[in-house]
Design a protein around this ligand. Structure first.
Ligand code: ZN
Length: 464
């Protein structure tokens, strides 16, 4: 006998799980007290994984806490399919780690998990312990309902997303691919993950982001060399100057980088009333930029839209010299390079080598291609339908994000991973600014909207 899972969905319990998870300071890198407001973060990812395992285990869901390295825990749980010929699984993916805090810049305790004026405060509130708690609540509701499942539902809350996933998704995909497959060895048919799903109000219209693509990453190192010597008798072979010149040349090159309008981004701009930007982006970039300036008031949204229109090369770290009176013999810079679907990363690197010339060597350190999944997949239809039922005025908006997620790791197993953490937000809520920002928090009302939507999508996709 099964019961209706939506009547068993417990918002209060979900909020308490979120608050409890925020209080576990699972800062990445672990074990650096300054990064965790003085708290001991060693082993905190394992503690967070164990927290999820306990909550799921308490209702009889089979769980496993996997540690690729001691302390770097991930929680994997599975609700098995109950039909004789199941379809391939659905994964509810999330990450348990959070980025460091600068506690002095916060107006509240970043690891307090406080509930203040209808908002849950703390590191991870939007990135992404909110979704961990929502996916947990969906698993509990499904289990309590006893609903027959036509595919396995796999809950995977993993470590180390914020540092590339070697001890989390990427490591698990390499060493334990079975965790993401069913008993017949078939990889999951789809996964739901972070970022997309939130609402965005533009020109008075509310859009819900359906994240079907993300840009590629090439973390790149620049190396300059020079001749050491006493700085009181200078020569021109100075590694610091070469490095600065190379970085300045790259910045200038970036400022003039041509736009490339991918079909997905063109469609998205059209839907939000910025079709003109898509049309002019390549032929008249200045005009396209001024339309963006004029029409999109939120500077973070504007920068995000601009970054969807081109590859970006951003110098982030510079090192050279050790002593004020010694000319540096070496210099190093790091570049955060993000590529659109369709960009050949090798060709872009060759271009960067031309730009810096003799001033620096250019060496890729981590390269992950962009990903883009079909917008007409059944799971995406379920997202549209669930949103339509919950907010008939809202407009689903397939989109690309500029940062990377663990979706890149699942892509190695061929698993399409969609960003869908549904939240209905007030128009002026500074959502994107809170990712890795100070005073990270999430309105309870946003989760009260999103949690039933998430269950609706999962249920449509998995319940027989
Ligand atoms: Zn995240």
């Amino acid at each position: 006998m099964s019961r209706d899972a939506s009547s068993l969905l417990d918002l209060d319990e979900c909020i308490e799980h979120l608050r409890a998870l925020i209080r576990i300071p699972s800062v990445n890198p672990p074990g650096v007290p300054e990064a965790a407001a003085g708290l001991d973060s060693a082993g905190a990812e394992r503690a967070a994984a164990q927290y999820c395992a306990d909550a799921l285990g308490a209702v009889g869901i089979g769980t496993e806490v996997v540690e690729i390295e001691p302390g770097r825990g991930s929680c994997i749980a599975r609700l098995p399919a109950s039909v004789s010929e199941p379809e391939a699984p659905l994964i509810l993916l999330s990450h348990l780690d959070v980025v460091p805090v600068d506690a002095e810049s916060w107006s509240r305790d970043p690891f307090g998990g406080e509930l203040i004026d209808g908002e849950v405060w703390g590191r991870g509130a939007v990135d992404m312990k909110d979704m961990v708690a929502m996916e947990l609540a969906v698993m509990l509701a499904l289990k309590r309902s006893g609903a027959p499942l036509r595919r396995d539902v796999i809950f995977a809350a993993v470590a180390d997303e914020e540092a590339g996933g070697e001890f989390g998704a990427r490591g698990l995909v390499e060493r334990r691919p079975d965790l993401f497959r069913d008993a017949h060895g078939r990889p999951a048919e789809a996964a739901l993950n972070e970022v997309g799903g939130y609402s965005m109000t533009l020109d008075g219209r509310r859009f819900y982001t359906l994240q079907v693509a993300e840009k590629g990453i090439v973390w790149t190192r620049l190396r300059s060399t020079g001749s050491p010597g006493h700085a009181s008798m200078p020569h021109t072979d100075n590694a610091a100057v070469r490095l600065a010149r190379a970085v300045a040349a790259l910045a200038e090159d970036q400022a003039g980088r041509r736009a490339v309008v991918t079909p997905l981004v063109a469609e998205m701009l059209e839907a939000i009333g910025l079709g003109e930007v898509a049309e002019l982006a390549t032929s008249d970039p200045d005009a396209a930029r001024s339309i963006l300036e004029e029409r999109v008031t939120d500077p973070v949204v504007r920068r995000s839209l601009d970054a969807m229109l081109r590859d970006t090369v951003t110098p982030t770290i510079l090192r050279s010299g050790k002593k004020v009176n010694v000319m540096p013999g070496a210099g190093e810079a790091e570049l955060d390079v993000r590529t659109l679907p369709g960009t050949d990363q090798e060709t872009l690197l060759a271009h960067l080598r031309d730009v810096v010339g003799d001033d620096a060597e250019v060496e890729p350190v981590v390269a992950l291609p962009a990903i883009e999944w079909p917008t007409d997949a059944p799971i995406v239809d379920h997202m549209r339908d669930a949103l339509e039922r919950a907010d008939p005025e809202g407009i689903p908006l397939p989109m690309m994000i500029t940062p990377g997620t663990d979706a890149k790791a699942l892509a190695q197993l061929g698993i399409p991973c969609y960003g869908f953490a549904p939240l209905r937000l007030e128009a002026d809520f500074p959502f994107l600014k809170l990712f890795h920002g100070h005073d990270e928090r999430v309105p309870v009302s946003a989760i009260a909207f999103g949690l039933p939507v998430l269950l609706d999508v999962v249920r449509s996709y998995v319940v027989d």
